[in-house]
Design a protein around this ligand. Structure first.
Ligand code: MG
Length: 338
């Protein structure tokens, strides 16, 4: 399966194919210096398979996890590029999850004012969501994604076979973002997931999510309007993530239910439970509020949230700090239950 995504400057392909990792050189120009960026949570064989197809590969393996998404890691990648005399015609390939894509993408965006970037996402979350749309970033000053650039990849290569080695919790995180997109944009896709579509049928699931994400980012590449709706679940979700041991997708799962209502809320909660995702958090409303006000999404006169009142639709709403506090405390008093 092949999709293409239009950006302001060029169109790039997304290839979704069993075994695509072995045939990267058919999609990407690897006849040059290639920095392969991966982490120690990704099976070594994946980066090796990529490196084997490059004329001059340099592999960097970083520690797994969000804590790696720093300016220090970014500087380490830039130093490696300099040490190996990369020039503007060389390229960077990320092999891993969203952290690798964000970090390696930002290194590619900034080195010599930009070198080609290819993304090989190996987690369900990055395959359905973060690899598409050109957002790159590191965390800085205690704020997630506070330094970065819109920098689309030249190609995204998705090999669903990589999901076979992914642990169940990581798969569930990808389901959380998929459920999010279906809930806010596509009632038919949501119904298909309810009817049993899951990561067991990875190609169909990924294709469904990618169609939504592509349409949204093509309509609004730099997040001035429609794309903000992809933040459904993320306003409170990021605050939960920052204050708990939950993973990104798990935090977003719990975060969605604060801003869903009626039957839509019931249906989302039922899917989250089926995927063994959390529907509540034990982080106190006060902690969440403090983090929210520190977050870049908090503007002086309030916080923009995404609401889903009916599956397949969404609306943006600006909440004052008082109104946001009411949402947090009412949700907590309900025990987060639906
Ligand atoms: Mg997300």
């Amino acid at each position: 399966m092949k999709f293409s995504v239009k950006t302001r400057d060029f169109t790039y392909p997304i290839v979704v194919e069993q075994g695509a990792l072995e045939r990267l050189d058919g999609v990407c120009d690897l006849e040059r210096r290639v920095l392969v960026v991966t982490d120690d949570g990704v099976p070594e064989a994946y980066a090796e398979r990529v490196a084997a197809q490059c004329r001059e590969p340099v592999v960097v393996r970083l520690p797994q996890g969000e804590a790696t998404k720093t300016l220090e890691s970014w500087a380490r990648l830039l130093q490696t590029l300099l040490d190996h005399h990369f020039d503007r015609k060389d390229c960077v390939v990320a092999v891993g999850g969203g952290v690798m894509g964000d970090l390696a993408g930002f290194a590619a965006a900034s080195y010599m004012r930009g070198v080609d970037f290819y993304n090989v996402p190996t987690t369900l979350l990055s395959q359905v969501d973060s690899s598409i749309g050109g957002k790159t970033a590191v965390d800085f000053g205690g704020v997630k994604n506070s330094v970065g650039a819109f920098y689309p990849p030249r190609a995204v290569v998705i090999d669903p076979q990589t999901l076979k080695t992914l642990d169940a919790r990581q798969v569930a995180c990808g389901m959380a973002e998929t459920i999010k997109m279906a809930a806010a944009f596509d009632a038919d896709f949501f119904t298909a997931i309810e009817a049993g579509l899951s990561a067991d049928d990875a190609e169909a699931l990924i294709a469904g999510a990618l169609r939504i994400k592509r349409a949204v980012v093509e309509a609004d590449e730099t997040e001035k309007g429609l794309r903000r709706a992809l933040n459904f679940g993320h306003t409170v979700g990021h605050a939960i993530e920052a204050n708990s041991a939950l993973l990104h997708g798990e935090s977003i799962a719990a975060g969605m239910l604060y801003f869903a209502s009626g039957e839509a809320r019931e249906r989302i909660a039922a899917l989250l439970r089926r995927e063994k995702l959390p529907t509540e958090t034990d982080v106190a409303p006060k902690r969440l509020m403090e983090t929210l006000l520190h977050d870049k999404k908090a503007e002086a006169d309030g916080v923009v949230v995404v609401r889903v009142d009916e599956i397949g639709t969404h609306r943006l709403e600006k909440l004052s700090q008082e109104a946001l506090w009411d949402v947090l405390t009412q949700h907590a008093s309900k025990g987060g239950r639906s």
